[in-house]
Design a protein around this ligand. Structure first.
Ligand SMILES: NC(=O)c1ccc[n+]([C@@H]2O[C@H](COP(=O)([O-])OP(=O)(O)OC[C@H]3O[C@@H](n4cnc5c(N)ncnc54)[C@H](OP(=O)(O)O)[C@@H]3O)[C@@H](O)[C@H]2O)c1
Length: 297
């Protein structure tokens, strides 16, 4: 009896796996099929939000070095001095847009800039984001709202305003997190905001498939050399260590390279790849108890 059930379950698993691989290969092929492309002599730009530090800064450096066909990089974040530093450090032409993306006026600034010029958005990277560590008491409502406003609402708003300026072969990269794969106590709102972004990204990918605009979610594990962890820390001290943290340059390099063929989800590192696999195999409750142990070490 158990033998038959096991065999059926095994066959269903293998069939589901093969169907998934076949669907992804078909999508990657679809993006590469030749098709009519209107060229209206537009300037091809890359837009990077959260470009004043960390991962966003690395994306700017890499696109400047390797971004074929990109004429200008638009750097978006709040701190104008830091944006200027990034602009000075890259060789590609840049435009700095100092804007708070949780603010209506910040979003309007980007919208107006897009509509003023004859441009095409070749790459959009929604990288601006922040998290706060701590339980429901330790994280203020203001910070909770801020995470939802920036990690979710702003990413959707910026994407919506860029899509009309995109076409076949252009790319949207949403920087999510491995935190989006399961609920994380003491990182609750941040993890939930990244789960939202991940689901939204996957849905948008299917909606934009007919237009052959590639949409990718990047889900890194901790990155140790950005401002994220210092900003995330609160008095709660709910997460003590950040072992095996990756480097921003590696995360940016791997994710930019794998977004080129149009993969749906990229886990740029071993820890996040293992976590992604386990999140598909185990119930959330089990994963949350494993996390409870890890975060107390
Ligand atoms: N570091 C990690 O462990 C880790 C792991 C997984 C995923 N991620 C994700 O990776 C992305 C980049 O993070 P990072 O590690 O590079 O951290 P970071 O160095 O703190 O960068 C965050 C960026 O977001 C910008 N930003 C913050 N609030 C903003 C606002 N209201 N409006 C516009 N821009 C704003 C910041 O610039 P200003 O302060 O100048 O506005 C900064 O450029 C985030 O989405 C984060 O959730 C990080």
């Amino acid at each position: 009896m158990f033998g038959i059930v096991g065999e059926i379950a095994g066959n269903v698993f293998i069939f589901a796996l093969l169907a998934g691989v076949a669907a992804i290969l078909a999508e990657l092929l679809w993006y590469r099929l030749p098709g009519k492309e209107k060229n209206r002599g537009q300037k091809r730009i890359a837009i990077i939000t959260g470009a004043s530090s960390g991962l966003g800064r690395e994306y700017a450096r890499l696109i400047s070095e390797k971004g074929k066909g990109i004429d200008e990089i638009w750097l978006v974040a709040r701190r104008s001095e830091r944006l200027k530093d990034v602009a000075d450090s890259v060789s590609c032409k840049t435009r700095c847009l100092s804007a708070d993306l949780t603010d209506e006026s910040g979003l309007e600034k980007l919208y107006e800039s897009l509509n003023q010029q004859n441009i095409r958005v070749g790459i959009l990277i929604n990288c601006a984001g922040f998290g706060k560590i701590g339980d429901y008491k330790a994280v203020s409502l203001n910070d909770k709202k801020g995470m939802i406003d920036l990690n979710c609402t702003a990413a959707v708003a910026v994407t919506d305003m860029c899509i009309p300026f995109m076409g076949k072969g252009d790319r949207i990269i949403n920087v999510c997190s491995t935190a989006g794969f399961q609920p994380f106590q003491k990182l609750g709102i941040y993890a939930a905001s990244k789960a939202f972004l991940l689901r939204y990204t996957r849905a948008l990918r299917m909606e934009l498939l007919p237009r052959r605009i590639m949409v990718t979610a990047v889900c890194p594990y901790w990155i140790g050399d950005t401002e994220f962890i210092p900003v995330a820390k609160t008095a709660d001290n709910g997460i003590k260590r950040f072992p095996f943290a990756s480097k921003a340059s590696r995360v940016a390099g791997v994710s930019l390279a794998w977004s080129l063929p149009g993969l749906p989800v990229i886990t740029p590192g071993i820890v996040c790849t293992i976590h992604r696999f386990f999140s598909k195999m185990f119930p959330d409750t089990v994963l949350q108890y494993i996390w409870e142990g890890i975060r107390r070490i």
